[in-house]
Write a new protein. Structure first.
Length: 94
């Protein structure tokens, strides 16, 4: 597992990435700065310039702080926890 630092409005957070191909690919893109847009009152997202490798899963629960890839190029950071019941679409976990 790799650990990265995420800075949001001057506050630093640590994140642990799993060993997926998507996580490894994003580590190779570090450091990076992204501007994220708001969505659904529970997440921030941005589209990356390149597609990353994916291994889709349908999580039943999203936990605040989860960092996921939606499709092959949309990076999503969740800031509220919720249950998806499989309705959240397929996402690649970091």
């Amino acid at each position: 597992m790799s650990e990265i630092k995420i800075t949001i409005h001057g506050r630093e957070f640590k994140a642990r990435l799993n060993n997926s191909a998507a996580a490894q690919a994003i580590c190779h893109s570090m450091p990076m700065t992204v501007a994220m847009d708001e969505l659904n009152g529970n997440e921030k997202y941005c589209y990356l310039k390149e597609n990353l490798p994916t291994r889709s899963v349908c999580p039943n629960t999203i936990t605040a702080g989860d960092l996921m890839l939606f499709g092959s190029s949309c990076l999503v950071l969740f800031y509220q926890s919720f249950t998806t019941a499989g309705e959240g679409g397929k996402q690649d976990e970091f």
